[in-house]
Design a protein around this ligand. Structure first.
Ligand code: HEC
Ligand code: HEC
Ligand code: HEC
Ligand code: HEC
Ligand code: HEC
Ligand code: HEC
Ligand code: HEC
Length: 264
């Protein structure tokens, strides 16, 4: 397979206005391996899809993926719709239709992974969402066509919607509580990596650093040599007992109905 070079413009607004003045934006060079293959089909370009798929073609220009450009002019047709769905000529000649000479990456994320090699690597880490195992798919969290790449049911602020997309499958962690943990307002990704992690439960940190990164800042944590305080509570001995949540002190990290200290 011959690697193909393409770039993504670093600034959307400028690109839209001056399609040729990309040099003024930061550009990220990457290499992709293959677009999906469809026997006997050619690339026809986005315009050929307009007539029948108006809803997708209307929203697509605002998508991050509409910003993808192929460096090599000969490969220009391979951006846009066909970079994920494969070359469209046979699909169109056949009058379109489900399963007719077109790839639907909603069933198989291979089309996404050829470009997103970093995501692919993350999904292989010891603790990960089972995407490569085909138990779930990128589009359960991401919207490939729209302006907001995070798929979510709600209409609130970006972060609330990000939590919503997790809540669809993890109701238990996301449900409201009497004593909520304010960290949840920063989103699940304040503590979890979305694709995969070396740490169990896909945590961003494996130890007390997970909690200290916020709490040491919000409360004067160091008083005197070797003394560690959170609020008014001296934690100097406690912290040596283990993780803040795993040593039995604050296991209710997602919030509690009983304990303001997230003890149960
Ligand atoms: C970044 C990859 C990507 C790009 C670019 C892309 N799509 Fe899609 N498309 C998908 C995925 C993934 C699905 C499956 C969505 C799902 O199952 O929710 C899909 C589904 C579809 C469907 C089927 C929807 C259905 O009801 O089953 C159509 C039609 C479609 N896309 C058309 C287009 C058109 C037209 C364009 C260009 C304007 C385009 N797509 C660009 C990834 C992409
Ligand atoms: C002549 C009309 C027509 C054109 C042009 C057309 N399609 Fe379709 N396409 C259809 C129809 C009809 C369906 C079936 C829709 C359905 O059942 O909801 C379909 C389905 C699809 C699906 C879903 C396939 C599946 O198996 O789930 C995708 C993806 C898709 N088209 C992408 C494209 C892309 C990309 C282009 C442009 C290269 C394109 N289509 C051009 C008519 C067309
Ligand atoms: C042709 C290559 C290509 C394909 C295929 C592709 N992407 Fe992308 N995607 C990009 C580029 C380029 C960006 C821009 C951001 C960057 O620099 O990584 C991007 C950005 C994204 C982002 C982040 C957007 C943001 O605002 O930060 C997500 C999420 C994403 N893609 C998901 C997907 C999914 C899901 C699929 C398959 C349905 C897919 N991509 C297929 C090239 C691709
Ligand atoms: C469990 C939900 C989930 C699944 C499944 C998922 N993602 Fe993501 N993805 C996220 C979240 C959450 C972010 C971070 C968004 C943020 O912090 O703004 C993200 C970010 C990204 C980004 C931006 C760069 C980065 O890593 O921060 C890319 C690219 C991306 N995802 C691609 C993919 C692809 C491709 C797939 C499928 C192979 C996929 N994702 C599956 C939730 C998911
Ligand atoms: C489409 C459903 C779905 C969505 C959406 C989803 N997850 Fe998951 N999540 C899963 C599945 C399936 C597993 C694996 C469960 C298992 O292996 O027992 C999982 C596992 C996890 C785990 C535990 C990992 C472990 O090692 O035990 C965490 C943490 C997690 N998800 C967080 C998130 C976050 C954060 C989001 C939003 C960015 C999210 N999930 C969105 C389905 C989903
Ligand atoms: C303040 C940090 C923090 C935030 C924010 C957070 N989590 Fe967690 N989460 C944790 C910790 C720590 C664990 C491990 C708990 C344990 O091992 O008992 C965990 C465990 C999980 C698990 C695995 C549960 C199990 O029983 O294996 C899931 C699923 C999960 N979180 C989902 C979410 C979702 C969804 C959100 C957002 C709505 C979220 N988390 C927000 C810290 C956090
Ligand atoms: C994203 C930032 C953030 C992270 C990460 C975080 N917290 Fe919090 N936490 C807060 C905020 C903000 C409050 C509200 C109280 C305050 O102003 O300090 C809070 C409150 C608490 C409380 C209630 C007691 C009090 O001081 O009000 C406990 C207990 C707690 N967090 C434990 C933890 C544990 C255990 C972890 C690690 C698993 C953790 N937190 C991670 C931001 C965070």
């Amino acid at each position: 397979m011959k690697p193909r070079h393409w770039w993504i413009s670093g600034c959307l607004a400028l690109t839209a206005l001056f399609a040729l003045s990309l040099s003024s934006c930061s550009t990220i060079e990457r290499t992709i391996v293959e677009t999906p293959f469809i026997e006997g089909a050619n690339f026809v370009g986005n315009k050929a899809c307009y007539e029948c798929h108006t809803n997708y073609t209307r929203e697509f220009p605002s998508s991050a993926h509409a910003r993808v450009h192929v460096g090599d002019a000969a490969l220009k047709g391979q951006t846009g719709c066909e970079s994920c769905h494969g070359p469209g000529s046979r699909h169109i000649a056949a009058g379109g239709g489900k399963g007719r000479f077109i790839v639907n990456p909603g069933r198989d994320s291979t089309a996404c992974l050829t470009c997103h090699v970093q995501t692919h690597a993350e999904l292989r880490l010891p603790h990960h969402h089972p995407v490569l195992e085909n138990k779930m798919n990128c589009v359960q969290c991401h919207d490939p066509h729209g302006s907001d790449i995070m798929k979510a049911s709600g209409t609130g602020l970006a972060m609330a919607r990000l939590n919503d997309s997790c809540a669809e499958c993890h109701r238990e962690q996301a449900r409201p509580r009497v004593y909520e943990h304010a960290a949840m307002r920063e989103g699940c990704t304040a503590c979890h990596v979305p694709h995969g992690s070396m740490n169990s439960k896909m945590l961003t940190e494996r130890d007390v650093n997970l909690c200290i990164k916020c709490h040491a800042q919000t409360q004067g944590s160091v008083v005197g040599a070797g003394q560690i305080y959170f609020g008014i509570v001296d934690h100097t001995d406690k912290i040596t007992r283990g993780g803040c949540w795993s040593a039995g002190c604050h296991p209710a990290v997602h919030g509690s109905n009983i304990s303001p200290n997230l003890h149960y």
